[in-house]
Design a protein around this ligand. Structure first.
Ligand code: 5CA
Length: 448
C-alpha cells in the first residue's frame, strides 16, 4: 500500500475524550472513529488489525477441531424467554420491536440460539462431541461504555459452544479451550494469564478469565508472580489427548491467580511475600463450563446408548476480538506511539523515502516495494512529499515493527537502513539483505 493513496486520518492533537493510552493512540493513528457512545467505525488501519486478530483466532480454533459458523445478530425474544434470560439480562440487553410488534433483541451472546440449533438437529450421543463457534458482533448496553473499543457497547467477539455427553467430556472441552486460548494470545504477542473468575450472567461452576496485565485494566487481580514465568511456546499439542490438555491446564492454573471477585485473602497470604502481586488486568477472554443449565432449560437432549434421553453438558468460550486491539496497544507502546507485535501488525514494514522525487531513491523504494509484495509481505510505502521527520513520526505512531529507510546518501554506498520500532536500533545493509531479514522475521507468523 502507498501512503499517498491510503486513508489514514492521523490526528496531531491528543483527543481530549480519551482517558487511556490505547484509546488515544487508536484515534490518533486513524484506526477508529466513534459513531456514537461505545460504537465505532473501523477505519482501514484499525480494520486490518482486527482482521489479523480474527485470522489468528480462526487458525487456532481450527487446530483445536472447532467448527466456524455464523448466527444472526438480531434474535427473537422467544428463545430468551424460554431460558429465563430475557428478564435476567436487564438493561444491558438492547430490545427491539419489528414492524409486527414482535420482540427482538440484538445478541449479547448466543447460548440460546446455538442450543436451539442443536436441539433441532442433533439426536444421538453418536453425534457428540461437538464444538462450534462464531466471530460475530455483539451488543451490550453497558452503563459506562469507555476506553474506546475496550468497553464498547457494540463489540466483536468470538463465542464458542461445546456439547458433550458427559461432564468428563465437557471438562476436556474446557481444558482444550484453555490450551488453545493460551496459544492464541501468545501468537498475538500477549501474555494472558488464566485466572479463576466469577461466572456472572452466563452461569456455571467452572470459569477462568484470561487477563493481560496493564495499569489501565478494569479488573483488580491478585497473583503469584511465578505465573508470569509460564509460557506455552511452540510445544506440540494433541487436542484430542485428554491427559495432555489436563496437564497444561494444571500447569497454568495451579498457582494462585484470581480476579477480585474470587480473591481469597487467606490463600493469598500463603504465597511467599516476595511473590505476591496485586495489579490490574484487562479481560481478553473467558471460558465456562456450565453443565446442563441451558440444555435443561431448552430441552436439548440426545439419546444415550441405552436409548434414554440425556441432557447434554455444555460450555461456552469467548474471546474479546475487538477489545484485543486495545489490549495489545496497552501492553505494547511507547511515548511515540503503538508498537505492534509481528503477529498482528497491519503492515509488515514501512518504507520511508527520504527524498521523494529523487530518481534513485524513488527507484530503490519501488524495487523494495515490489520485492516484498512478491514475497507475500505487505509493505506500507510512505511516498508522500513530506519532510523525513514527519514521515518518521507517522511510522512511529502507527507502530509498524520494522522500517526501511531509503535515502540518496545510503544508496551511494549500496545500503538502506532497517530499524526496529521496539528497540530503535538501526542497521545499514543492502536492500536484498533487508528483504531477507524481513522474510526470516515473519516466517513464524505466517500461514499457521
Ligand atoms: N457467552 C460467553 C462466552 S462465549 C460470554 O459472553 N462471555 S463474556 O461475557 O465473558 O464475553 C467474552 C469476552 O468478550 C470477554 O472476555 C471480553 O474480552 C469481551 N467483552 C465483553 N464485554 C465487552 C465489551 N463491552 N466491550 C468489548 N469487549 C467485551
Amino acid at each position: 500500500m502507498r501512503l499517498s493513496r491510503y486513508f489514514l486520518p492521523v490526528l496531531k492533537e491528543t483527543p481530549s475524550e480519551a482517558q487511556i493510552v490505547s484509546h488515544r493512540l487508536m484515534l490518533r493513528a486513524g484506526m477508529i472513529k466513534q459513531a456514537s457512545a461505545g460504537i465505532y467505525s473501523w477505519l482501514p488501519l484499525g480494520f486490518k488489525v482486527l482482521r489479523r486478530i480474527e485470522t489468528i483466532v480462526h487458525e487456532e480454533q481450527a487446530k483445536a477441531g472447532h467448527m466456524p459458523m455464523l448466527m444472526p445478530t438480531i434474535q427473537s425474544a422467544d428463545l430468551w424467554r424460554e431460558s429465563g434470560r430475557y428478564d435476567d439480562y436487564g438493561e444491558e440487553m438492547l430490545r427491539i420491536k419489528d414492524r409486527h410488534g414482535r420482540d427482538m433483541l440484538f445478541t449479547p451472546t448466543a447460548e440460546e440460539l446455538i442450543t436451539d440449533i442443536f436441539r433441532a438437529h442433533v439426536g444421538s450421543y453418536k453425534d457428540l462431541p461437538l464444538t462450534m463457534y462464531q466471530i460475530q458482533w455483539k451488543f451490550r448496553d453497558e452503563v459506562r461504555p469507555r476506553f474506546g473499543v475496550m468497553r464498547g457497547r457494540e463489540f466483536y467477539m468470538k463465542d464458542g459452544y461445546n456439547f458433550d455427553l458427559t461432564k468428563e467430556d465437557a471438562l476436556h472441552a474446557y481444558n482444550r479451550h484453555l490450551v488453545s486460548y493460551l496459544r492464541t494470545y501468545e501468537r498475538m504477542g500477549l501474555q494472558a494469564i488464566p485466572m479463576r473468575a466469577d461466572s456472572g450472567p452466563i452461569g456455571g461452576d467452572d470459569t477462568h478469565e484470561f487477563l493481560v496485565l496493564a495499569e489501565t485494566g478494569e479488573s483488580e487481580v491478585f497473583y503469584d508472580s511465578a505465573v508470569t514465568d509460564l509460557s506455552f511456546g511452540d510445544r506440540a499439542i494433541d487436542y484430542d489427548d485428554v491427559a495432555q490438555c489436563a496437564g497444561v491446564l494444571e500447569e497454568f492454573t495451579t498457582k494462585y491467580a484470581r480476579t477480585d471477585e474470587t480473591h481469597d485473602a487467606a490463600l493469598f497470604e500463603q504465597i511467599p511475600e516476595e511473590r505476591r502481586r496485586v495489579a490490574r488486568g484487562i479481560e481478553v477472554g473467558q471460558i465456562f463450563y456450565f453443565g446442563t443449565k441451558y440444555s435443561d432449560a431448552l430441552g436439548a437432549t440426545v439419546q444415550g446408548s441405552d436409548g434414554k434421553p440425556v441432557p447434554v453438558h455444555m460450555g461456552s468460550h469467548g474471546i474479546g476480538v475487538s477489545r484485543l486491539v486495545g489490549a495489545i496497544i496497552e501492553a505494547s507502546h511507547d511515548d511515540n506511539g503503538i508498537i505492534w507485535p509481528e503477529g498482528v501488525t497491519p503492515f509488515h514494514a514501512g518504507i520511508v523515502n527520504l527524498k521523494q522525487g529523487d530518481a534513485e531513491a524513488d527507484g530503490a523504494c519501488e524495487a523494495l516495494y515490489s520485492a516484498l509484495t512478491a514475497l507475500g509481505l505487505e509493505p506500507l510505502y510512505d511516498d508522500r512529499n513530506e519532510r523525513a521527520g514527519g514521515k518518521f513520526a507517522t511510522m512511529d505512531l502507527i507502530g509498524l515493527p520494522w522500517r526501511i529507510t531509503v535515502g540518496p546518501r545510503g544508496l551511494k554506498n549500496g545500503v538502506v537502513e532497517l530499524t526496529s520500532r521496539r528497540t530503535g536500533v538501526s542497521e545499514e545493509m543492502p536492500p536484498e539483505q533487508a528483504i531477507e531479514r524481513l522474510v526470516e522475521i515473519y516466517a513464524p507468523h505466517r500461514g499457521q
